[in-house]
Design a protein around this ligand. Structure first.
Ligand SMILES: [Zn+2]
Length: 341
């Protein structure tokens, strides 16, 4: 457990593949629970054996039994296992090019035309006829399998919004606020708390961050117009001099989790800033990982590293070093690994 004043410790991971589920369940007990982790956000995307819309299944679909097994293992350790789907941006698989399960079978839901080499990950069109209803079916299946009390809807890095013929005359902040309210209503009706990434609700020019950590396309005006019981995972990975999102989300009344990534020194800058500017709304720290869960399990078990995940070459030793610096505060920090890029 970390040494900061907040009550919770969390980690955001990719869902294991079906043949890794048993190992993951053991790992939860042997490692995560012992390190004081009480919350896991599991990025499942479309990797589930959907019955309502089987055409939307991703490449590594988990069964209901797989999910129930993981949820039970977490529950036994007092860990809240939260499913995460990407319900606006990030509609591609890892290489940012191939459409994920939904757009592969329903390209008509894309905000921009499906091309061979998109500039970035596709986004959904929030006004595409039939999309919301279909997503509600998928959400319901996932929420039921996880027996979820909380549900993370993604919403990070939405760069394609307000571009299609249906949306081009609308304000991106209006489009986002409307979409979030619809998702929130659907989840709240089921008694489920909604979670999302914070970046699209932040104004890049106000925060002094680039277009990834904060919005430069006008979506930030949705903040203050969406229910403030939405839990925000506020992610920042760089060595910014200040992290004003902490104060911005406090003013808006949202509970937040501080979400660093792979550089222990940068995480410390963020967490120390948040401690100093804590508005009383910080729930805990959630490290993000962005590598296959098998890599993370290997590394935390001291096994030799596999070839690096291509999104973040050489990041695995940094992620582990950052993990230990946060969740094992009594251990000395590992030496800074050499990048193999
Ligand atoms: Zn649209």
């Amino acid at each position: 457990m970390h040494n900061y004043p907040w009550k919770s410790a969390g980690i955001c991971i990719f869902a294991p593949h079906a043949d890794e589920v048993d190992r993951f369940c053991a790992f939860v007990k042997d490692v995560f629970a012992k390190d004081g982790i009480d919350t896991i956000v599991m990025i499942i995307r479309y990797n589930y054996l959907f019955e309502s819309h089987p055409e939307c299944r991703g490449d590594w679909p988990l069964s209901k039994e797989d999910v129930r097994k993981m949820a039970a293992a977490c529950r036994e350790c007092g860990i809240n296992l939260i499913p995460d789907m990407n319900l606006l941006g990030h509609q591609t698989v890892q290489d940012y090019i191939d459409p994920d399960g939904l757009l592969r079978s329903h390209p008509e839901f894309s905000e921009t035309p499906i091309t061979e080499a998109p500039e970035y990950s596709y986004s959904l069109c929030p006004r595409a006829p039939g999309l919301f209803e279909l997503l509600c079916d998928l959400i319901d299946e996932i929420a039921d399998a996880f027996e979820a009390t909380d549900f993370h809807v993604g919403i990070d890095e939405v760069f394609y919004i307000g571009m299609c013929d249906r949306c081009k005359d609308s304000d991106p902040g209006d489009l986002l606020a409307d979409w979030l309210c619809r998702l929130h209503t659907h989840l709240a009706d089921k008694g489920i708390t909604m979670w999302m990434w914070g970046d699209r609700l932040l104004n890049s020019y106000e925060c002094g961050h680039g277009p990834w950590d904060a919005s430069m396309n006008g979506t930030h005006t949705a903040l203050g117009r969406v229910p403030n019981d939405i839990v925000i995972t506020d992610w920042h990975y760089h060595n910014w001099p200040r992290f004003p999102s902490v104060e911005i989300f406090a003013r808006a009344g949202h509970p937040i989790w501080l979400a660093p990534f792979n550089v222990a020194e940068n995480a410390k800058l963020f967490l120390d800033y948040a401690k100093e500017h804590d508005g009383g709304n910080i729930v805990g720290i959630m490290e993000t990982t962005w590598v296959p869960i098998s890599y993370l399990m290997d590394a935390l078990e001291g096994k030799p590293a596999k070839p690096s995940e291509k999104w973040y070459p050489g990041s695995m030793p940094h992620i582990v070093r950052c993990y230990k610096s946060i969740f094992r505060p009594d251990e000395p920090w590992d030496p800074m690994p050499e990048d193999d890029e």
